[in-house]
Structures are given as structure tokens and as C-alpha cells.
Design a protein around this ligand. Structure first.
Ligand SMILES: NC(=O)c1ccc[n+]([C@@H]2O[C@H](COP(=O)([O-])OP(=O)(O)OC[C@H]3O[C@@H](n4cnc5c(N)ncnc54)[C@H](O)[C@@H]3O)[C@@H](O)[C@H]2O)c1
Length: 286
């Protein structure tokens, strides 16, 4: 899928966390690079960061854990030393957890909250400080999830962390707006892996599950690709969104727009027609 730029990010330098991931991070990097942004690639593993940096000419890598304050401080220093003042931050790094709430351990809770929420807070705080120090306006894009608004069983801690990210998005918009930092979020639905970025033996997602999800749960019957998230991030970092802050753009192909699987009214009208037909035929419509 083409990452053709709709928005110009020439002159921008954007730090993307969890950027070596073969799902949303890859789409964000493709779209921002295509728009002319210089990328600062963060992830946990030296080799993965190196491989990702290689894909984007001019990019620099900063290895570290977004949930650790010392790593965050070091990464901002390294990024600014090597790439100059940052104008954008995409808080993409995140981990999931699918387990019943009654079975979840404190360690699992801490891991999700540390990476998915505390990491976003630490990175956003460091970014806002750096913008204030360098005097160039900036923008943050947080990667939330459809689970922030509605969820299903076994996602309690992940869903809560993402809801917290959306609250933080609004709070950062309010507190950082006066120093020239906008803050928005994207909330993707299900985004499968980009198979071009993983070795052939990487576990394949369940194709029949993806087809059922796409065709039965989404309004738009197309798979959401990483680049769909990238295009939204591109817009939210660009001048074209200069008056937008504190907002969440849902990228879910209509998953959360629909009630009752979309056919409740069809069922009601079919039932009414059946009753009218029975009445016309003189039969008891009940
Ligand atoms: N894929 C989906 O369907 C989907 C849907 C909604 C939201 N999301 C969100 O999108 C974001 C990216 O997830 P993804 O699905 O693309 O997964 P992914 O595994 O492809 O990418 C996540 C990346 O984050 C990195 N990471 C994990 N912990 C980190 C830490 N402490 N510091 C720095 N990097 C760290 C991982 O190494 C990985 O490369 C996450 O925030 C996730 O919650 C994903």
C-alpha cells in the first residue's frame, strides 16, 4: 500500500516509540517518512532498532524502555544531540494482555500500566519540556485503542490503560497547548501484522478469524492496514490539523459505530411486515 504523502512534514523530526513493531509502528513510520519527516526510531532491542533505521534514510535510533524515567531522559538527550530539536512524538509502544480480571496478577497489571500508560506520560512530559526549551511548536499522537471506549471480556487492564491514555491526551492538550504542543490520539480497531516485515516462520494470524472479523464485525469490509494508522498520524502532526487538539480519531472501519450488529431495524421492520400480512389475511398477528 502506498504511503504517498497528503501532508507535508518536511523539516519535522518525529520520535516514534515502539517503531520496530511490524504492525502500527511500521505504518506510522512509512507515512511520516513519506511526508518528509526525519524519524527517530525507538524500541527495546538494538538489532530491531538498527534494522528499522536502515529502512528510513536519515533516521536515527534510540534504544530504551519508555516506562523507565532514566531511559526516557537518555533517549531525549541522544535524539536531540543526533537529530536536532523534536517537533513530533508518536507514543506507539504498547503491550497487550488477554486474561480474565479475576486471574490477572499484580505483575501483569504493573507491566501493562507501566508501558501503556506511564510510558506515554513520561515520554509526553519529556517531549513538552524539550519543546518549551527549544521554542519550536510540536505535536503528540498517542496510540489508544477501540478498547478505550468499549471492550470485551479478558481485556480489563489493557482497556483501562487505553482509557487512561485518552484522558491523558485531553489533559496534555489542555496543559501543553499554551506552550505550543498539541496532543491527539488515534484509536485503531484490529490491525494485523505487515507480513513483509517478519520472517516467513513468524506465526501467521488466523486468516479465518480475520475474515470473520472484517466481514461480520466491521461496517467497512476491508482489513485495516498499518498505513491507515500512519495516514492519521501524518495528519495529526501536520499544519492541516493546527486547530485540532485533545481529540481521538477512531480507525476501526466502523466497528464501534454500529449497534445490534446493524440489523435490529431490519428485523423490526420484517416483523411488522409479517404482522401486517397476517392481519390482512385475517389471521391473529400475535
Ligand atoms: N495491532 C492492533 O490491532 C492494535 C489495535 C489498537 C491499538 N494498538 C496499539 O498500537 C500500538 C502498537 O502495537 P502493535 O499492535 O502495532 O504491536 P507491535 O508489537 O507490532 O508493536 C509494539 C512495539 O512496541 C515495542 N515495545 C514494547 N514495550 C516497549 C517499551 N517498554 N519501550 C519501548 N518499546 C516497547 C515492542 O518491542 C514492539 O516493537 C500499541 O500501543 C497497541 O496497544 C494495536
Amino acid at each position: 500500500m502506498s504511503a504517498a504523502p497528503a501532508h507535508d512534514l518536511a523539516g519535522h523530526t518525529v520520535l516514534v516509540t515502539g517503531a520496530s513493531g511490524p504492525k502500527i509502528g511500521s505504518g506510522v513510520c512509512d507515512a511520516l517518512h513519506a511526508a518528509g519527516a526525519r524519524l527517530v526510531i525507538n524500541d527495546l532491542n538494538d538489532e530491531h532498532v538498527g534494522r528499522t533505521v536502515h529502512r528510513y534514510p536519515g533516521a536515527v535510533g534510540v534504544v530504551g524502555d519508555v516506562s523507565r524515567p532514566d531511559d526516557v531522559a537518555r533517549m531525549f538527550n541522544e535524539a536531540i544531540d543526533r537529530a536536532g530539536p523534536l517537533t513530533g512524538l508518536v507514543n506507539n509502544a504498547g503491550v497487550g494482555l488477554i486474561t480474565p480480571m479475576l486471574d490477572a496478577t499484580q505483575a501483569e497489571f504493573d507491566r501493562i500500566v507501566d508501558i501503556d500508560f506511564r510510558g506515554v506520560w513520561l515520554m509526553s512530559q519529556a517531549f513538552a519540556r524539550s519543546v518549551a526549551a527549544h521554542g519550536r511548536p510540536g505535536a503528540i499522537v498517542n496510540v489508544s485503542s477501540v478498547h478505550a471506549g468499549k471492550t470485551i471480556g479478558r481485556y480489563a487492564i489493557y482497556a483501562s490503560a487505553k482509557a487512561a491514555v485518552e484522558g491523558l491526551t485531553r489533559a496534555c492538550a489542555v496543559e501543553f497547548g499554551p506552550i505550543g504542543v498539541r496532543c491527539n490520539a488515534i484509536a485503531p480497531g484490529y490491525v494485523p501484522i505487515n507480513r513483509d516485515l517478519v520472517p516467513p516462520d513468524y506465526p501467521a494470524p488466523d486468516a479465518s478469524w480475520i475474515a470473520t472479523h472484517t466481514n461480520s464485525e466491521q461496517v467497512l469490509q476491508r482489513v485495516i492496514e498499518p498505513i491507515d494508522c500512519g495516514w492519521a498520524a501524518q495528519f495529526l502532526l501536520s499544519e492541516q490539523s493546527r486547530c485540532i487538539t485533545g481529540q481521538v480519531i477512531t480507525i476501526d472501519a466502523g466497528l464501534t459505530a454500529r449497534l445490534y450488529n446493524g440489523d435490529m431495524s431490519a428485523r423490526i421492520y420484517a416483523d411488522r411486515e409479517r404482522q401486517a400480512t397476517l392481519r390482512a389475511e385475517g389471521q391473529d398477528a400475535r
